[in-house]
Design a protein around this ligand. Structure first.
Ligand code: PGA
Length: 226
């Protein structure tokens, strides 16, 4: 049997609610059959979630971030408990959050703890192996249920993906520190998705730009499951 694969589409800070509705209407019509061991994770922005709920589709939902605090008096924050019934995965520590929102490894670790407490599976985004070592030190239980999304900075949004061989080598190093599924992200498109998912240490892909159009993302899923 082939390995478990995760195909995650991260919309980042894009789309109005009406545009999310249009995306869903098209995607739900053209999404190819998904094999049992493949998980398609659609990660819209928080305000889009009601568009997808109740979710009666073959894909699951994730969020792009989660509050480092529990629910309560934390204006503007979305606590894990607020979304735990509706989503399965939380991306944490994306390079754009580390860069533009000054997220440190300590903040990432707090968010991971909140997600784990709420039964949400964290997908920590990393660009270097040292970030995995820090995560393992700060949240020793991460190896039990977590996932990693390896995204080299040069490849995010650039149109120039890493080579599958290099991504596989880095994922192998990361898995020595934390034996969890590692996805690759950075300029993944329908044309190159297969070259990544066939690598030994990679368990899927994180997709930004190519998830924004429903036909492109559906085609990427099709290439991955072919
Ligand atoms: P990209 O983004 O596919 O547009 O390069 C990937 C990501 O940041 O998740």
């Amino acid at each position: 049997m082939s390995k478990d694969l995760y195909l995650l589409g991260n919309w980042k800070s894009n789309k109005t609610i009406a545009q999310a509705r249009e995306w869903k209407a098209v995607f739900d019509t053209i999404l190819p059959e998904i094999s049992e061991n493949h998980t398609v994770i659609v990660v819209p922005a928080f305000h889009h979630l009601p568009v997808f709920l109740p979710n009666d589709t073959h894909y699951v939902l994730g969020v792009q971030d989660i509050s480092p605090y529990a629910s309560g008096a934390f204006t503007g924050a979305i606590a894990a408990d607020l979304v735990k019934d509706d989503i399965r995965f939380a991306m944490i520590g994306h390079s754009e959050r580390r860069k533009h929102f000054a997220e440190t490894d300590e903040i990432v670790a707090e968010k991971v703890r909140r997600a784990l407490e709420s039964g949400i599976r964290p997908v920590v985004c990393v660009s270097e192996t040292i970030q995995v070592s820090r995560l393992a030190a700060l949240v020793p239980e991460y190896g039990e249920t977590g996932m990693l999304l390896y995204e080299p900075l040069f490849a995010v949004g650039s149109g120039t993906a890493d080579t599958p061989e290099n991504a596989d080598e880095v994922a192998g190093e990361m898995r020595k520190i934390l034996p969890v599924p590692v996805l690759y992200g950075g300029s993944v498109v329908p044309e190159n998705v297969q070259s990544f998912i066939r690598m030994d240490h990679l368990s899927g892909v994180g997709v930004g730009g190519a998830s924004l159009k429903p036909d492109t993302f559906a085609s990427l899923v099709g290439h991955a499951t072919a």
